[in-house]
Design a protein. Structure first.
Length: 312
């Protein structure tokens, strides 16, 4: 049976998956490993459409469910995901086996005129697909007009060049993996705009019982990325937040210590909570949970209540 790795079919997903496929093929000395494109609900519908289709119920695994099904049925041996798209509660029988070394987790500003974020004139139209980015941008620059931005990276860049926006904000990692990092005007500091939990992390999902593959792929598993991602995802899980909730988190691993920063902000830009916490690197889930509790005790419930919280 051929060794197939499942992936979504977008240009970015394919670029990311091919990079990991090449690493696996080189490691296992198997040139027969191929990618299998699987269309997910998130590829067919926008997040908003999916929520409407589900009649207001939480949408779980918008970009992963069909890949999970193919994995569990044996149609593919592994699946490659952007970790920020993976639900914090996994389907039974699936494990996140390998965490690829994290790319730059920051958000990137691309402006039509080359002006940086603080230089954009009042009233400038800034496009983003993320409530998290919208909330933090408005908190920093309430004089900017934040507008919804949909589509893949090429579509977003085209809309910018055609004058629909004066600037856009997207994940730096995606631009880098597509070889378009030279188009970045400015990398936004996490002190100003915290990224989504696990932004920039790629993960290889496998079947729970496939310990042989897990062991074989160990050389490409990045321990520091794994530790940081676990803290960030624990923070999100405790808050019961999904990808449409305005929550940001970023962990930094230094020796035996782990430093975790978080933000929860309303998309009106007026309600913003920022806290951080330090703990042992051996207990990332505990650190994430503890930081989430700090937020919940300081008003996070009020902000999150209107954003469809779910342990997606």
């Amino acid at each position: 049976m051929p060794f197939l790795i499942g992936t979504r079919g977008s240009q970015l997903a394919l670029a990311q998956a091919e990079g990991v496929r090449a690493q696996i093929a080189a490691l296992l000395e198997d040139n027969g490993i191929k990618l299998e494109v699987i269309k997910t609900l998130g590829d067919r519908l926008s997040a908003k459409e999916a929520e409407e289709d589900a009649k207001g119920e939480p949408v779980i695994g918008l970009f992963t469910r069909e890949l999970d099904e193919a994995l569990l049925s044996g149609g593919i041996r592994a699946a490659i995901h952007s970790l920020k798209d993976v639900p914090t509660v996994l389907p039974k029988g699936i494990r996140l086996g390998v965490f690829i070394q994290r790319a730059d987790p920051r958000d990137a500003l691309i402006s039509k005129t080359g002006l940086k974020f603080t230089q954009l004139p009042a009233g400038s139209r800034v496009g983003t697909s993320s409530p998290r980015r919208e909330a933090q941008i408005k908190a920093l620059r309430p004089d900017l007009v934040v507008l919804p931005l949909q589509g893949n990276v090429d579509t977003r860049l085209r809309k910018l060049s055609e004058g629909e926006f004066d600037a856009i904000v997207v994940a730096a990692a995606g631009l880098t993996r597509l070889g378009r990092e030279k188009e970045i005007t400015e990398l936004l500091s996490p002190s100003d705009v915290l990224p989504a939990p696990a932004q920039g992390v790629l993960v290889v999902a496998i079947r729970q019982e496939d310990t042989e593959l897990l062991e074989a792929l160990r050389p490409i598993h990045d321990i520091s990325t794994w530790i940081c991602a676990r803290a960030e995802r624990s923070f999100l899980k405790t808050l019961q937040g999904g990808c449409r909730v305005p929550v940001g988190a970023l962990a930094t691993h230094e020796g035996n210590h782990l430093f975790l920063r978080g933000v929860i902000a309303h998309t009106n830009g007026k309600q913003v909570l920022r806290f951080d916490q330090k703990g042992p690197a051996t207990e990332p889930e505990s650190l994430g949970g503890e930081l989430a509790q700090v937020f919940l005790k300081n008003g996070a419930q009020e902000i999150l209540s209107g954003f469809g919280r779910t342990s997606w």
